[in-house]
Design a protein around this ligand. Sequence first.
Ligand code: B12
Ligand code: SF4
Length: 507
Amino acid sequence: MTNHKIIIFNPKSANSKHRIPNSILQVGASVHGKYDYVFIDGNLEQDPWQTIANYLKTGEFKYFGSTVMPGPQLLEAIPFTKKIKTLFPDIITIWGGYFASNQYKVSLESGYVDYIVNGPGDQTFPELINTLESNRKEDTIHIKNLIFKNNNGEIIKTATEALLDQDSLPKFPYEYLNTFYPVKNYLAKTFMGSKTLSYHSSMGCPFSCSFCAVVPIYNARWKGMSAARIYEDIKYFKEKYQIDAVEFHDNNFFTSKKRVLEFSELIKNDNINYWGEGRIDTLNMYSDDELKFMRKAGCRMIFLGAETGNDKILKQMNKGGTQTGQMIKDFVLRMKNADIIPELSFVLGLPAVTEKEVYDQILWDINFIKEIKEINPKAEIIIYLYSPVPTEGSELYQQIIDAGFSFPSTLEDWISPSWENFDLRKNPLTPWLKPYMIDTIKNFETVLNGYYPTASDFRIKGWKKRLLQLPSSIRYKTGIYNYPYEIKLMHKIWKYRQPEIEGFYSE
Ligand code: B12
Ligand code: SF4
């Protein structure tokens, strides 16, 4: 291979115990054997900028590709890409991932991001490199899933490619990744097992919830690998690295019941626990026996978007399907009987006509969460503050624009501390959500996490758990959530890990 080389970069996404970087592995797979490339994982580098600069100084590289999800990854993706354009202006910069695809305008307007891969890059990326390597820049317009600026400075969004048959995609270059970073270091000890693999087995989601970042990219499309193909990879990791747990990172792992049951059948004798994300109304169509069978096969916990117990708000969110508040309650009981832990995420702080309505709904959902805990105390609760995503054309998006919300107008603004908190859904900066409302939600969340510490942080048990529960139980039962400093202090001392921010606690 005599072509120019490519850097494929995964900006730092968590402070410790890192997961295998599937996004860049899949991008690497798309050019593997065709172009020379290197992986840089910001999670595992002491000084990732130095590593990037050292490669670029060789003069052998022409392309810098970075995956970019919102939140902490921006803290490296933005300044590094900017620096590359200043110090090495001939390098072509290419971004992909959820932030890049959803916030493509601000990314391209920065002047230092040349191309954005909009959604799957499996064909787009190699085609782009081919086109640029053969000096046919004018042909980029024919490459699907691409966004860039033309010579007149206009933003061009090319046609969307149909989702590819996932079994036909090349295998991930795990062995090649191993030459940069030992793959075994990515297999973490979690509450499910001593070596946990993160795996991604499908693209997109068949629904179109108006608050979800998957929708603008996939538009209700979903395609998954077959159970046999998933199992093949898991078998490889079991034989080579002795894994005993898998976390599926799919947006909607349980979309196809047939696939889930086939997979459970294949894995049932392997002693491997698994976790995945799904929808309540989809899983509610599984029978009790099927849920119990999945549990037997290793399914320990399922992440479910409950969002709210209020049917009217579920409609406002365009949740689709058939989910209702009553169904959430019924389903957590079925999960209790099947012995699978439901991990329910709620989205609080949606816009409403009056300030009072916004606050009343928050208090209503807090009560609903308490009802859920009564039905199934093992149910895990994840609370997000509603952060708008640009689902243009949706009623909810129009409502938030009308209420005075707008996204930052420069990439640099995205890394200001307040917008970083927006990404982490800690402070969404939405004009209708007042500081006292955020306090109520945050304080309730602290008390809830004190009274019911997540099972996924397996360090908080025994006396630690009892000590944490002592003040929390009084607060939880009396509804006095204000100033829960004693609980916060214990969380701080024991470095309590919220799974929604950094993934499950792992060692
Ligand atoms: C794993 C994961 C994490 C891990 C990261 C682990 C790691 N390895 O670094 C952790 C737990 C740290 C994490 C955290 C967060 N995450 Co996250 N995460 C994911 C998840 C579940 C999987 C990502 C993945 O590996 N996908 C598999 C790969 C193969 O798919 P892909 O990334 O889409 O890649 C394809 C294309 O996008 C494209 N592509 C991607 N990158 C690139 C780069 C180049 C150069 C090219 C050419 C193409 C390309 O080609 C790929 C192959 O086709 C996604 C959801 C999902 N299913 O993707 C959410 C997701 C990306 N996360 C999300 C969010 C919001 C967060 C948080 C901000 C949430 C929070 N409240 O705290 C935090 C903070 C982020 C941080 N710390 O940086 C959102 C983004 C939403 C949005 N508004 O854009 C998602 C979509 C989940 C969701 N549905 O809400 N996350
Ligand atoms: S079901 Fe989940 S992943 Fe699918 S659109 Fe709704 S929130 Fe997004």
